[in-house]
Write a protein that binds this ligand. Structure first.
Ligand code: ADP
Ligand code: ADP
Ligand code: ZN
Length: 222
């Protein structure tokens, strides 16, 4: 199964991916996490991505596609993935379709989280991330049990440097311009399911699972 999570920065993709990937037993592949990992390790790829990430701009397609496809081909993915933050441009989406097509695979479904711009900015400005397992928290919406410490792995929480108001606003603009055309792209392929991302974390998760089981049922009768 290949599932894509689509939606603006701060929509709740990472939050949902955490539980959904466990529940479905498929690998969570987050392009932003892969870039931050490379940045921390100061790999050539990380250093090349750095300035784009700091500005909240997209890293060039060729670099991004190479990194994500390399991950998808790794044995740990086992020809399945829950994609989060990729694809983000039509070019990336086409490259992904082509690469999966070569293995006689395809994206099964695209879950698109809908959240207003005001809510997204509020979420990003209060976001805290675990430095070890990347779990997201929020000062008000989803505080950790102990302040500054991850519930899952006891790692330290930090605020991303690109979650400041100005950079977040730029990222939202980038999403509208470069990523939102993917909504039509996947809708035309009959793969898009819209999810109301403004509900509680649990309710959003339940809606996603309900949509996935509906698709499975439809397939089994075909
Ligand atoms: P968020 O989920 O908050 O939008 P991400 O962690 O997905 O943020 O991405 C952080 C940054 O990493 C982006 O602003 C961008 O610079 C880079 N990035 C992540 N995924 C992609 C992608 N698919 N294409 C280009 N750049 C990306
Ligand atoms: P994305 O991966 O789409 O950028 P995240 O999952 O990191 O988004 O969530 C952004 C912020 O919003 C985090 O601080 C997270 O705790 C919070 N959040 C996520 N889902 C919800 C929700 N349904 N209601 C309120 N806050 C949420
Ligand atoms: Zn953690």
């Amino acid at each position: 199964m290949y599932i894509v999570l689509l939606g603006p920065p701060g929509a709740g993709k990472g939050t949902q991916a955490l539980t959904l990937s466990k529940r479905l037993g498929i690998m969570h592949v987050a392009s932003g996490d892969l870039f931050r990992h490379n940045l921390n390790k100061e790999t050539p790829l990380g250093l090349e991505a750095k300035t784009y990430m700091e500005r909240g701009d997209l890293v060039p397609n060729d670099l991004t596609v190479r990194m994500v496809l390399h991950k998808l081909k790794s044995p740990e993915c086992n020809h399945e993935a829950l994609l989060d933050g990729f694809p983000r441009t039509i070019h990336q989406a086409k490259s992904l379709d082509e690469a999966l097509g070569q293995e006689n695979k395809a994206i099964d479904v695209v879950l698109c989280l809908q959240v207003s711009s005001e809510k997204v900015i509020q979420r990003l400005s209060g976001r805290w991330i675990c430095q070890d397992c990347q779990s997201p928290y929020h000062t008000f919406n989803a505080p950790p049990i102990s302040q500054g410490i991850c519930n899952h792995c006891k790692g330290a929480l930090y605020q991303r440097p690109d979650d400041t108001e100005t950079t977040a606003a730029n990222r939202l603009g980038v999403y509208m311009k470069q990523t939102s055309p993917l909504i039509d792209y996947y809708n035309n392929q009959g793969k898009l399911i819209e999810i109301n991302g403004e509900q509680t974390v649990d309710q959003v998760g339940q809606d996603m699972l309900a949509s996935l089981s509906r698709i499975e049922k439809e397939r089994s009768v075909r």
